[in-house]
Design a protein around this ligand. Structure first.
Ligand code: NAD
Length: 728
C-alpha cells in the first residue's frame, strides 16, 4: 500500500501504491499505513527529508466514499479525523523538509495531504486536476482543506473550489499558490528531491506560511472589511441558490469564517466537528448513494443482461428531425457515430441539421469547440427524406409526432429496409411500448429509448422494455446509451413509464393546490424551497398546460369507466379549453410572458381560482392574508405534499414492477427531472424519513387529500417487517 525507501543522502521516499486499483484512495487501511510510515520517517534520525509520491499516474483520487457513506459512529469518526490532523501538524512542524511530487491529479484528501507538505511540485500534465469535489457529495474537505486552502490562496479565490467543487488545471493551481513549481512530466520526483536537498543545505527550518510569525491571510481574513463583505455576499448567494437545503456549503462557510478567525490548530478542530456532522448527516449519505454509487452502477451497466456480446455502433437512424431528433443526432454524432436524420421532406431534415450547426457554432464562438471539430461532427449527420438511406443502420430511433398511427407507419417503412437484427426504438414520452410494438414485424427488437429535452444535454435515457422486447435488444440498447455517454435506467412498460408518471404527480399536486385556493406564488415558491429546480405551475407552463390536458383526455379515453377525474385535470381543462392559456409556448399560461420583461404570474388567476387558504408562512399571526383567508396552510405542508406525492407514486412503480430497482428510481429522478439530490431521490427520501414515519405521513395525507397519497401495500409490508429500501 505504501512503498518506503531511504537513499544514501538520508532522503526518504514515501510512495502511495494502493493495491489492485488504478487510483490511490484514502481509507482506514491506506491512511493507517501512511501514518505509520510517515511517523517512522519523522522519528528516524537517519532520515533528513521526505519526498511524497505516487506509484500511479495520478497522485491520490480522494477519500473512499464507501467507507464515508457507511460511517455511523460520530465519536469514533471525530477521533480518527482529529488524529489525522495531529499527524499533518507533526509533519508541518517536525523540522524535516517534506515535498510532494504530483505526477497527475490530486483531489479531495489527496490534495489535502499535498497541502500539508512544505513544498509541492507538479508535472506539466494537461490531464491533471486539483480540487475538492467533496461539496458535490454533501461533504467538506475535512483533512484541513477548508483551513489550508484559504490561508494559501485567500478566501475569495478559494470559494469556487470549496463551495462548488471547481477543479483547476495545473497552471491555475500554480497561480493560486497550491503548487510551487511545474516541471516536465517525469521530472517531478527529482524536482521535489532537489528542493529537499536545497532546504537541508540552507539550514533553514521548513515551515508552512501560517506557522511563520506575522503570517497574514492573502486578501485579508474574515474580520477585515473585504473578508466581511465576501462572506456576507457568499452567505446570501448560497441561501438564494439552495434555500439552505444543503448543509455542506453552509458548513464550509462556517469553517472558513470561524476557522480563519483563529489559528490553524483551532481552525482544524472546528473543521473536524463540522466534517463529522456532515459525514453523519442523511444528506451526504443520500448524495453519496445516488450521485456516486447509483450513477456508477448505472454507467457500468450493472443491470445489463449478461451473455450478450457488446455492440459497437457505427451508424444510427433518426426518424423526425424536430427538437428531440436533432438533439439525439447531436449526442450521437458527438460520440463518433454516423447518423442518418430523416424527416418527411429534405427541407425538414436539413432544418434538424441546421439546429445542430447553430448549437455547435455557439460552442466554437465560446472557444469550447474548434472549427475543424465542428465540421467533423456535422459531416456525421446525413439529413434525408428517403428510407433507403437507413439501410445499414444498426439502430433506428423514432422521434416523430406523438401519434400512434404516424409511429406505426414509420415503423413499417423502416423495417422494410433495415437488416433483420437491427433495433427499432421509440422516443415516445407517453405511449406504451408494447402497444407501439404491434406495428412491428419483430417486436423482440422493439424498445423504448426515452430521452429528455434538450436531448443533446440531458444525461438520462429511460429504457423501456416492452412485453416482447428481448434481453438481447435491451443489452444492445444499453450499449448505445453508454456509447453516447448518457446514463441509462431500465424500466418496464406502463402508462407514463417511470419518469413522466412520477414527474407528472409533482405538477398535478401544484395544480391541485391551486384549485384548493392556495396562492400561486406560494405554490411555486414552495416547489423551490422543496429543492425542485422549478415550481410546479411554472413547470406546467414550460411543458405546456395543453400537454397536461391532452394526457388527461387520453387517459380518460384509455381507462374508460376506471378513470377518476383529478383536480389537476379540471385545472388544466379550465386553463386550456375555457381560457385558451396553453402555457409558455402560447405566451400565456399560469404566467404571462411579456415581450419586453420578465414573466410574472397571471393576474387573472386570483379570479379563476379564488384564494381560500392563506399561508401562515405569509401571515402576520392573527391577521388574515388580504382579509380573505378562511383557513391557513403552512409552507411545510405544501412542501411535504409536493415531495411525498412523488415518493408514493415511485413506490407504486416499484410495487407494480415498472421499476426494477430502487436505485434506478433515485438516479432517474435526479438526472431526469432535477429531483433534489439532498433528498437522495423519491425513494432515498423515504429512507431518510424512516419507513414507519413515511407510512404515517402518507396515511395522514391520504385521509385529508385522497387516494393519491394512499400508501401502497409494499410500504406497509416493509414497515411491518422493519425493512428498508437500502441498507441503513
Ligand atoms: P417535434 O414536433 O419537434 O418533431 C417531430 C418531427 O417529426 C418533426 O420534424 C416532423 O416533421 C417529424 N415527422 C412527423 N411525421 C413524420 C413522419 N411520418 N416521418 C418522418 N418524420 C416525421 O417533436 P419533438 O418534441 O421532437 O417530439 C418527438 C417525439 O419525442 C414525440 O414522440 C414526443 O413525445 C417525444 N418526446 C418529446 C420530448 C420533449 O420534451 N419534446 C421529450 C421526450 C420525448
Amino acid at each position: 500500500m505504501i512503498n518506503y525507501s531511504i537513499d544514501a543522502d538520508g532522503i526518504a521516499t514515501i510512495e502511495f501504491d494502493y493495491p489492485n486499483k488504478s487510483q490511490n484512495i484514502l481509507n482506514a487501511g491506506s491512511m493507517g499505513a501512511y501514518a505509520q510510515t510517515m511517523q517512522k520517517a519523522l522519528n528516524d534520525p537517519t532520515v533528513k527529508g521526505i519526498v511524497l509520491a505516487s506509484a500511479k499516474k495520478d497522485f491520490i483520487a480522494g477519500g473512499d466514499l464507501a467507507e464515508l457513506g457507511a460511517a455511523t459512529d460520530a465519536v469514533d469518526f471525530h477521533r480518527h479525523i482529529s488524529d489525522w490532523h495531529k499527524l499533518m501538524r507533526t509533519i508541518e512542524l517536525g523540522g524535516k523538509p517534506v515535498a510532494a511530487a504530483l505526477g497527475g491529479s490530486a483531489l479531495g484528501g489527496g490534495l489535502e495531504i499535498a497541502l500539508g507538505c512544505h513544498y509541492r511540485v507538479a508535472a506539466d500534465n494537461p490531464k491533471a486536476r486539483f480540487g475538492f469535489p467533496e461539496v458535490t457529495l454533501g461533504l467538506l474537505p475535512g483533512a484541513g482543506g477548508t483551513q489550508r486552502l484559504p490561508r494559501l490562496a485567500g478566501m475569495q479565490a478559494s470559494a469556487p473550489l470549496l463551495m462548488e467543487g471547481k477543479r483547476l488545471k495545473v497552471a491555475d493551481a500554480r497561480k493560486l499558490g497550491l503548487i510551487h513549481a511545474i516541471v516536465p512530466p517525469g521530472e517531478e520526483r527529482q524536482a521535489a528531491r532537489q528542493w529537499v536537498v536545497d532546504m537541508l543545505a540552507s539550514g533553514a527550518k521548513p515551515l508552512q506560511p501560517w506557522d511563520v510569525k506575522g503570517f497574514k491571510i492573502p486578501g485579508g481574513g474574515p474580520n477585515t472589511p473585504g473578508g466581511m463583505q465576501m462572506l456576507m455576499a457568499a452567505n446570501a448567494m448560497l441561501r438564494e441558490k439552495t434555500y439552505d437545503n444543503y448543509p455542506a456549503p453552509r458548513h464550509i462557510l462556517s469553517c472558513v469564517y470561524e476557522g480563519l478567525s483563529t489559528n490553524l490548530d483551532t481552525g482544524l478542530a472546528i473543521e473536524a466537528r463540522y466534517f463529522t456532522n456532515l459525514v453523519m448527516s442523511p444528506v451526504s449519505k443520500n448524495m453519496i448513494r445516488s450521485l456516486f454509487f447509483g450513477m456508477q452502477e448505472a454507467n457500468k451497466l450493472a443491470s445489463r443482461p449478461k451473455d450478450v456480446p457488446v455492440q459497437k455502433y457505427s451508424k444510427i437512424g433518426m426518424l423526425g428531425a424536430g427538437m428531440m431528433g436533432a438533439g439525439i443526432a447531436m449526442a450521437t454524432a458527438s460520440a463518433g457515430i454516423e447518423i442518418v436524420l430523416l424527416d418527411t421532406t429534405q427541407e425538414a431534415a436539413d432544418k434538424g441539421k441546421a439546429y445542430a450547426a447553430k448549437q455547435w457554432a455557439r460552442q466554437v464562438a465560446r472557444g469550447r469547440l474548434t472549427q475543424e471539430a465542428m465540421e467533423a461532427l456535422l459531416a456525421r449527420i446525413h439529413p434525408t427524406a428517403s428510407y433507403v438511406d437507413l439501410k445499414d443502420c444498426e439502430l433506428v430511433i423514432e422521434a416523430v409526432f406523438e401519434k400512434r398511427e404516424i409511429k406505426a407507419e414509420v415503423t413499417k417503412k423502416t423495417e422494410a429496409v433495415i437488416s433483420a437484427d437491427a433495433i427499432f426504438a421509440s422516443n415516445t414520452s407517453t405511449l406504451p411500448i408494447t402497444g407501439l410494438a404491434e406495428a412491428s414485424v419483430r417486436p423482440a427488437n422493439f424498445i423504448g429509448l426515452h430521452f429528455f429535452s434538450p436531448a443533446e444535454k440531458m444525461p438520462l435515457v429511460e429504457i423501456i422494455v416492452g412485453k416482447a422486447t428481448s434481453n438481447e435488444t435491451l443489452a444492445r440498447s444499453m450499449d448505445y446509451v453508454r456509447a453516447i455517454g448518457k446514463t441509462p435506467i431500465v424500466v418496464n412498460d406502463s402508462r407514463g413509464f417511470y419518469t413522466s408518471r412520477v414527474f407528472g404527480t409533482y405538477v398535478s399536486e401544484g395544480l391541485a393546490l391551486l384549485e384548493e385556493g392556495v396562492p400561486p406564488a406560494l405554490i411555486d415558491k414552495a416547489g423551490l424551497i422543496a429543492g425542485m429546480p422549478v415550481g410546479p405551475l411554472a413547470l406546467a407552463d414550460e411543458v405546456s398546460i395543453e400537454l397536461v390536458h391532452k394526457i388527461a383526455q387520453q387517459t380518460r379515453v384509455d381507462l374508460g369507466s376506471d378513470y377518476v377525474e383529478r383536480a389537476a385535470d379540471r385545472v388544466a381543462s379550465k386553463m386550456v379549453a375555457e381560457l385558451g392559456r396553453l402555457g409558455r409556448k402560447s405566451g400565456a399560461g399560469f404566467y404571462d410572458y411579456p415581450a419586453n420583461g420578465p414573466k410574472h404570474l397571471w393576474q387573472g388567476l386570483a379570479e379563476q381560482f379564488p384564494q381560500k387558504l392563506g399561508a401562515d408562512a405569509l401571515c402576520v399571526p392573527g391577521i388574515p392574508l388580504r382579509g380573505q383567508a378562511t383557513a391557513t396552510i403552512s409552507l411545510e405542508q405544501i412542501v411535504e405534499r409536493l415531495i411525498l406525492v412523488q415518493s408514493v407514486e415511485t413506490v407504486r412503480c416499484l410495487e407494480e414492477k415498472v421499476l426494477r430497482a430502487a436505485i434506478d428510481a433515485d438516479v432517474g429522478a435526479i438526472l431526469g427531472w432535477g429531483y433534489p439530490p439532498f433528498r437522495g431521490g423519491p425513494i432515498g427520501w423515504l429512507q431518510s424519513l424512516g419507513i414507519a414515519n413515511a407510512l404515517e405521513a402518507l396515511e395522514r395525507l391520504a385521509k385529508k387529500h385522497g387516494e393519491r397519497f394512499s400508501p401502497p401495500g409494499l410500504l406497509r409490508e416493509m414497515a411491518t417487517k422493519g425493512d428498508s429500501f437500502y441498507p441503513s
